[in-house]
Ligand binder design. Structure first.
Ligand code: FES
Length: 131
């Protein structure tokens, strides 16, 4: 089994990705093993974290209520960004809180990018309200 893809929700800060990720732009694909992606909605360098969460930290994650749908979280993961929406992950990931506790293990998921979701770290559509 290859190493699993990890998404760590850091306290007040970004998502830390570790694994086999392809960051997709309109006409670009960047393969990365590590990345820090904004989850507070304040970065001037979206989708990457620029440290702006220091002005207002991202909310803490919840660790219950999410259903996992994969056992093995290894293999490539496509990451797409929409200007005013969630971060789309297509591929298996293990999402962890800052202590390393499992939040959810999914074959695809939508991560909140705006900081307003009430079911952190998963998008609940609140970006339609806050942008
Ligand atoms: S990106 Fe935050 S609720 Fe959708």
């Amino acid at each position: 089994m290859d190493a699993e893809n990890l998404v760590r929700v850091t306290p007040g800060g970004p998502y830390e990705l570790q694994g086999d990720f392809r960051l997709l732009g309109e006409e670009t694909e960047q393969r990365v093993e590590h990345a820090k992606l904004c989850r507070c909605g304040r970065s001037g360098q979206l989708p990457h974290c620029d440290g702006s969460h220091a002005q207002g930290p991202a909310p803490p994650p919840s660790t219950d209520g999410f259903e996992s749908d994969v056992e093995d979280a290894s293999g490539p993961v496509e990451v797409r960004f929409s200007e005013r929406g969630a971060i789309h992950l297509k591929g298996p990931v293990r999402v962890l809180d800052e202590t390393g506790a499992l939040i959810v293990k999914r074959s695809r998921c939508l991560l909140c990018r705006c900081g307003a979701s009430r079911q952190q770290p998963i998008c609940d559509g609140a970006h339609n309200r806050v942008g």
